[in-house]
Design a protein. Structure first.
Length: 256
């Protein structure tokens, strides 16, 4: 796995921020799932993050109760499909499994999948879209985890060599196969991957266990305070590196 240097990551983000502004019709389209497999406000927070990134996406909600559902035709016009946080994995999968083949085809043919918390779990295989070179597991159930509650809380991660505090609610770790081509943006205090970018066919997959899309309202509603402040930079890094970063490469060694 590759853990990029903080300086390199910062330089990349600044570079992306210099991209010439595009009109709303020229901006790439990101589809954000909203429906029974997402939590209240989660889809909207992901959409807000995507719209405010240096790339400056247009966003459109998709799902069974939206104007458009997740279909090959809908996906064909998009650059990104984003799966936000939600409830438990098994009930969510029962609602989403009918989209699996279409989402896999979209990414395999050059699209981008972004998964946040539940969306990260669903990038795995048991159950899930099987987009990762490996699978997912619960951080709170992993050895030496510092968090043991399913309540809204905070978690410390090492993001590109810097310690950062993030909003967390029973998010996943990513168990990648030894030698898998993957860029690890962040790891938990146990060393387990917390944010990962991998390739799938001609496309890319960016997943994260904690919530970089959490805005100030999330902390206020959960009566939490982030000692680092509430900033969107980690979410920007995940999104922009997934789309524009170097291709994930195999380290030729064991992964956590």
């Amino acid at each position: 796995m590759l853990i990029g240097a903080g300086a390199a990551g910062a330089t990349a983000v600044l570079g992306w921020a210099g991209v010439t502004a595009l009109t709303s019709r020229e901006r790439p389209l990101a589809l954000v799932y909203r429906g029974p497999a997402s939590c209240s406000g989660c889809s909207e927070s992901v959409a807000a993050l995507l719209e405010s990134t240096p790339t400056g996406f247009r966003t459109r909600y998709v799902g069974p109760d939206e104007d458009v559902d997740v279909t090959p035709k809908t996906l064909a016009g998009a650059v990104v499909y984003a799966q936000p946080g939600g409830g438990d994995v098994d009930p969510a999968w029962r609602r989403l499994h009918r989209y699996a083949d279409d989402i896999r085809d979209f990414v395999h043919n050059g699209g981008h999948y972004l998964g946040f918390c539940l969306g990260g779990y669903l990038a795995g295989a048991t159950p899930g879209f099987a987009l990762l070179p490996g699978d997912t597991d619960r951080y709170i159930g992993s050895p030496n985890a510092s968090v043991h509650t399913t309540d809204d809380t905070l978690v410390r991660v090492n993001w590109r060599g810097r310690q950062r505090t993030m909003f967390f609610q029973d998010g996943p770790i990513f168990r990648l196969r030894p030698g898998a081509a993957a860029t690890v943006l962040a790891s938990y205090d146990t060393g387990a991957p917390a944010a990962v970018i991998t390739a799938y066919g001609s496309g890319r997959v960016g997943v994260v266990g904690p919530h970089p899309e959490a805005d100030r309202s999330w902390y206020r509603d959960a009566d939490l305070s982030n000692p680092d402040g509430v900033h969107p930079d980690l979410g920007y890094d995940l999104v922009e590196t997934t789309l524009h970063g170097p291709a994930p490469t195999s380290p030729g060694g064991a992964t956590r």
